[in-house]
Structure formats: C-alpha cells, structure tokens
Design a protein around this ligand. Structure first.
Ligand code: MV4
Length: 459
C-alpha cells in the first residue's frame, strides 16, 4: 500500500482514551481535533487538542454516536483520519465505511473485517476453518425445544449467547432443562434490546475459566505480530476490574499455542491495525477456546504497552499511514509484569452506584513510576451521561508480586474527594490472598469476594 498522508487526526471519542489519542498524535508531530458533546466542553482532551468541535447535546445518541455529524466534523476541520477509540462507534462497520467513503482514513480495521468478526457465529466459523479451537456448541437456536435438545446432547451447564453480542449481554447460563425456557426468553429479549438482533447460539459452559486475550497488530505490508496476552479474569457483571500481563495462569506451551492461534485467525481474515483475540481458558482441562475478536484498541491496552515497550496507539496511526510496523515479532519480549486497575466514579458499597460530580481533590502519589491514564483534574465535573471510568492505574515491575506491591502503595496514597471511586474496592481485590495466588476465575468477584466483603463500607 502507498503512504496515506495524515497531518491531522479527528478523535471520535471522549475521556481518557481521547486524551491518550491526542498525546499519541502530539508525539508523532500530528495535529488533533476532538469532537465533543455539550457535557464535555471543559474536558482535558478538548483543552489539549489543537482544535475541538461540538458534536451536539450530552446524550451520546445525539453526539458521539452520530456517524454523519462526526464525518462532517472531521472533513470540516481538515482532518485526513479518524481515530474511534473504544466503545461508541469503534466497532460499527457503517462508521468505518462512512469515513473511507468520505476520503478519511479509519484508524482501525476495514469495515469488512469488522463485519466478519462482529457476527459471532461467523467469527467462530473463521476460527474453526483455520484450526483454532472453539467451544463445543450449537449455532442458531430457533426455539426452547432446540435449546433443550442441544443441551441434552452436549450436557449441562450450557451458555446461551447472542450472535450480535459481546461483553456478556444476552448471555445466560443454563444448568438444567427446567431453566431453559426462561433463559431463552430473557437472553433473546436482552439481545434484541441491546443489538436489535435476538439470534442466539449455545456453547458448553466452561465453569472454571480465565479470560485471556491476545493483542495483535497488523500493517498493510503483510506483517502480523502478536504482543502476547492479557489476563482479564477479574470482572464483575462483565465489567473488567483488573487486567494484567503476562497471565499467571498460562504455561509457555499454552502461551505459544494461543499466540499462534490468534495470528492464524488475524491472517485468515486479512486483518489490519490493532485487534484482540479473546479466549476462554479452561483451568480444569488446561485447554483454551476462541470466544471472539475485538476490532478496536481496548481499555486495557496499557498493560501490553508496559511489558512490551510498544506504543499501540502510535502503531495504529502509523499503520493507517501505510507504514510498516516499527518492530518485528522477534523484537517483542515480555519484560516484567504489569497490572492495571480501573478506577470508576462509583460507590462499590452501594452496588457500584455511579457517583458523578465535581472532583474537588485529585492527588495521585507523585514520582512512583505508576502510569495513570486519566482525563480528570481538580475542578473537573464527571458528567452523569457516560461510562463511569475516570482513570486507569498501570503498575509495571520486575515480577507480579512487586507489581501488586507497587499498585497497593499507589492506590493507598491516592487522594480523591468530591466523587466516590472504586479505589477502596480495588485495594480489597489486590490485597486478597486469592488474587495474590493468581488462581481466581471469572466468577470469583461475584461468587466469593463480594459476599465476603459484606455490606459494610470501609472508610
Ligand atoms: C464463556 C465463558 C465460559 N464458557 N463461554 C464473557 C464475555 C464474552 N466475551 C464471553 N464471556 C464468557 N464466555 C463459555 N462457553 C465465560 C465467559 C466469561 C464470563 C462468564 C460469566 C461470568 C463472568 C465472565 C467473565 C469473563 C468471561
């Protein structure tokens, strides 16, 4: 591919990732333009960018999700490229297509790749085709009777999933035939409401699972590289709380097999730019299975940056310019251990209720080498309209124990006032002996930690 001239990048996102993208542009000597909603007028990304344009009112449906408005804003401000970040329109093929049709480079995969991976059944078919292990299952369930029949054959427990889904929405565990009818109708209704598509499929449910994903980067010159894995097993209601790299659960052989599987899949669909191949790792059987591919930069990308030294957002922009990857697979080495804690404006002891408002104090400990990706500053007002994540703390150290210790010191010394944050909760998680063991599975927070912590708030 010939070089695509990019001098100015339109940032189609908000919050910490908008700040992250603006910084990456500055480091490359590129200009950036941030599109913002009325609620984000005074945000850090708007202040830092070379220019900013208002997209519309606060609700994302009237601003960050308006394809035509975003494309017009990017063209109108003289941008040559659009970075979608994560969430919002980042995995909508119509947005990628609209950008390209308007002559803008989409900093992400092609619309076709988004479509091929966005349909989960199709993604699973691609995986099977290239010999990547998939969970035993049954696609396209049309009725409760079909569910009961398929589940009877493969054995309970099973997991109902939405074809259009992802992120756990429209998912239901089915433990017996007596649960089938209600699981089917509630999963279908949820999928229909969330994605406008109620199609369901069934998989054998892996009960003792770790959620492990492989980061890939691919350029327009045929180079496809992996940056090893992230372990995202510490989750609550399908919201990731902590991510780390490398995974404490993998041996070298499994790691090698998973990375090769991710590369095979990325190559088979002609994938470009940054992507993540998600697997579930069955702790009992010590086997992994492909789940889905995420066609965007992910929230947790910094742990990979920490252990590999590769700037993923920078590479994304360079790839869109038509440049080759700045490294080869042989250059990629894991150095030490990195852990990320997501910090949300929520009160963990009030069922994680969002806590928007003005941040009157925001004092992370200085000079201790923990990376803090955030858009928050003292006086900033956390708006009530969007995701409640306000920061990500990333600790990198020679080993896992040292990374936990570093993170603990950082979170203990972090002073925040005006909003409730999940910092006290994160300290409970990383201070727990089961977390120190590195043996927790995806249901640990909800099944063990939450009941153990009980209803009493800690100051
Ligand atoms: C699974 C699974 C176990 N078995 N599939 C969750 C989000 C979506 N990307 C896929 N997910 C899972 N799929 C099979 N066949 C476990 C998860 C999973 C999970 C399940 C229940 C509660 C928390 C979870 C956290 C991560 C992954």
């Amino acid at each position: 591919m010939s070089e695509t001239e990019i001098r100015r990048v339109f940032v189609a996102n908000r919050g910490e990732i908008a700040v992250r993208i603006v910084r990456a542009c500055k480091a490359l000597g590129l200009q950036s333009v941030v599109g913002f909603s009325a609620a984000d007028r005074d945000s850090l990304a708007v202040r830092m960018a070379d220019r900013a344009v208002c997209l519309g009112p606060a609700p994302s449906s009237a601003s960050y999700l308006k394809v035509d408005t975003l494309v017009a804003a990017a063209l109108g401000t003289g941008c040559q490229a659009v970075h979608p970040g994560y969430g919002f329109l980042s995995e909508r093929s119509q947005f990628a297509r609209a950008c390209v049709d308007a002559g803008l480079a989409f900093i992400g995969p092609t619309a076709e790749a988004i479509d091929r991976m966005g349909d989960k059944i199709n993604a699973i078919a691609e995986a099977k085709r290239v010999g990547v292990p998939v969970v035993p299952g049954k696609e396209r369930l049309e009725s409760v009777a079909e569910l009961v029949e398929a589940a009877g054959e493969m054995g309970y427990p099973c997991l109902l999933k939405a074809t259009a889904g992802g992120g756990g929405r429209g998912m239901r565990v089915v433990r017996s035939a007596s649960e089938a009818a209600s699981a089917f109708s509630s999963a279908q209704a949820e999928a229909l409401a969330a994605f406008g598509n109620g199609t369901l499929y069934l998989e054998k449910y892996i009960e003792e699972a770790r959620h492990i994903e492989i980061q890939v980067l691919a350029d327009h010159h045929g180079n496809v590289c992996h940056l090893y894995e992230r372990d995202c097993s510490v989750q609550r209601r399908h919201q990731k709380l902590i991510e780390e790299s490398p995974s404490p659960a993998l041996d070298a052989k499994t790691r090698a097999e998973m990375t090769q599987a991710a590369l095979a899949l990325a190559r088979s669909v002609g994938y470009r730019n940054a992507g993540t191949v998600e697997f579930v790792y069955d702790v009992r059987a010590k086997r992994f299975y492909f789940l889905e591919m995420n066609t965007r930069v992910q929230v947790e990308h910094p742990v990979t940056e920490a252990v590999t030294g590769i700037d993923i957002v920078r590479e994304q922009i360079l790839i869109a310019m038509g440049r080759p990857l700045s490294f080869t697979q042989g250059d990629v080495r894991l150095q030490g251990h990195a852990i990320e804690c997501r910090i949300n404006a929520e009160d963990a002891w009030k069922d994680f209720r969002p806590s928007p408002g003005t941040v009157t104090r925001w004092q992370p400990p200085a000079d201790d080498g923990v990376r803090l990706d955030t858009h928050v500053f003292e006086g900033y007002r956390v708006p009530p309209y969007y995701d409640s994540m306000v920061a990500k703390a990333i600790a990198h150290a020679p080993d896992r124990e040292a990374a936990i210790e570093k993170m603990t010191g950082f979170l203990r010394g972090f002073r925040v006032a005006g909003i409730a944050t999940t910092i006290p909760f994160q300290l409970k998680v990383i201070g727990h002996p089961r977390f120190a063991d590195g043996t927790v599975t995806t249901t640990w927070v909800e099944k063990q930690l939450m009941p153990e912590l009980g209803p009493q708030p800690t100051p």
